[in-house]
Write a protein that binds this ligand. Structure first.
Ligand code: ZN
Length: 313
C-alpha cells in the first residue's frame, strides 16, 4: 500500500527519529537523519529547483559511460524558490544534542546527473548550482547543522575536471559557511553497473592519487573515503596531511555485519597514515542497500571498533 500526503511526511519523521536514535544508542558522535526524507541523493534536491524540465528526458551516459539513464534537462537559469531541506533539518535538530551532519549533492555530481541545453558548459552550470547549494547550506547551518557534506562520487571519474573546476565549484558552495565542511568521494554502491565498473579497475584503485593533492590544498575541512573491503591503497591517505579523514570502516554489503575487531583493524591500518586526532571512523557510503538490522549492527560496530582502538592507545 502506498502512502502519501501528511501520512507520508509523518512516516518520514518517524523513520528519521528512529535512525537518529539508533546512531545515538550505538555511540555515534556525529549523526544524520539517515536521508529518510528523500529517495535519491541528487534528485531529492533537484526536484525543488526551478529551471529544470522533468518532462524533457535526455539519455545521458552517467559517470563517463558507466551506464545510461534518461535524465531531466536544464532548460533555463537554475534557482531555488525556497529552502529544500529546512523543515527536515529543524525536525532532525530537535531529535538530538549530538553534532548533526547534513549531506547535499556536490556541484560536479549534479552536473553528471542532469542534461543541459541552457548553460552549454559544465563548469558554468556547476557554478550556478554551487550558488544555490551555498544558499541552501547557509539556511541549514542557521537551523543548527554542524557539518555540511557534499557528495561527489563523480570526483574519481573526471579527475582533470576536479583540478580545473570541481574544487572551485566546491569552494563556491562552502563560501562563508560557519560550520565544518566535508566532501565524500566514492566508488559507488548498490547498482550492478558500479560493481561491473569496479571489476575493470584492477587490484589497486589509485584514482584518488590524482585528486587528493588538490583536495589537500582545498578549503574543505574533511574528506570521506571508503577503506573497508576496498581496493583503495591505504597509503593514499598519506596525501591528505592537512585534512580530517572520515575513514569508512564498514562496507555497504547487505549480507553481514563487520565485528568490532574488524572495524578496529581498519582504523589501526589507517592510523599508519593518519594521526588519530584527524581520523573519524564512519561507513564507506550511505547504507540504503543494506537491510535494517544489518545497518543497525554496522553502526554499532563502527562505535565499538573505535572504542577498542581508544582503549589500546
Ligand atoms: Zn558514497
Amino acid at each position: 500500500m502506498a502512502i502519501g500526503g501528511n501520512a507520508l511526511e509523518a512516516a518520514k519523521e518517524r523513520a528519521a527519529a528512529e535512525w537518529v536514535r539508533h546512531q545515538v544508542d550505538a555511540g555515534i558522535d556525529i549523526v544524520t537523519n539517515g536521508e529518510q526524507f528523500r529517495i535519491h541523493f541528487v534528485q531529492g534536491f533537484l526536484e525543488q529547483i526551478n529551471g529544470i524540465d522533468w518532462e524533457q528526458k535526455t539519455p545521458m551516459e552517467i559517470r563517463d559511460n558507466r551506464y545510461t539513464v534518461d535524465v531531466p534537462t536544464v532548460t533555463g537559469p537554475v534557482s531555488r524558490p525556497r529552502s529544500v531541506h529546512l523543515n527536515e533539518v529543524r525536525f532532525s535538530r530537535k531529535q538530538t544534542s549530538r553534532q548533526l551532519k547534513f549531506t547535499l549533492p556536490g556541484p560536479m555530481t549534479i552536473c553528471d546527473t542532469i542534461a543541459d541545453v541552457h548553460y552549454n558548459s559544465r563548469p558554468d552550470m556547476a557554478m550556478a548550482f554551487a550558488d544555490i547549494l551555498n544558499a541552501e547550506a547557509q539556511e541549514l547551518v542557521a537551523a543548527g547543522v554542524d557539518v555540511i557534506q557534499f557528495d561527489e562520487p563523480a570526483f574519481n571519474v573526471f579527475m582533470d575536471d576536479v583540478r580545473e573546476w570541481g574544487v572551485a565549484a566546491l569552494h563556491r558552495a562552502i563560501e562563508g559557511l560557519q560550520c565544518t565542511t566535508a566532501v565524500h568521494i566514492c566508488y559507488g554502491y548498490g547498482i550492478d553497473e558500479n560493481l561491473r565498473w569496479k571489476n575493470t579497475l584492477g587490484d589497486e584503485w589509485r584514482q584518488y592519487e590524482e585528486i587528493f593533492p588538490v583536495l589537500n590544498d582545498s578549503r574543505i575541512d574533511q574528506i570521506s573515503l571508503e577503506c573497508a573491503d576496498s581496493r583503495v591503497p591505504h597509503s593514499l591517505m598519506g596525501l591528505l596531511t592537512k585534512k580530517e579523514l572520515m575513514v569508512g570502516v564498514v562496507a555497504v554489503t547487505p549480507d553481514r555485519v563487520e565485528t568490532p575487531e574488524e572495524t578496529a583493524a581498519v582504523i589501526e591500518a589507517a592510523m599508519e597514515f593518519v594521526d588519530p586526532e584527524r581520523l573519524i571512523p564512519s561507513s564507506n557510503c550511505g547504507m540504503a542497500p543494506v537491510p535494517y538490522d544489518i545497518a543497525v549492527g554496522k553502526l554499532q560496530s563502527i562505535a565499538a571498533g573505535a572504542a577498542l582502538v581508544r582503549d589500546r592507545l
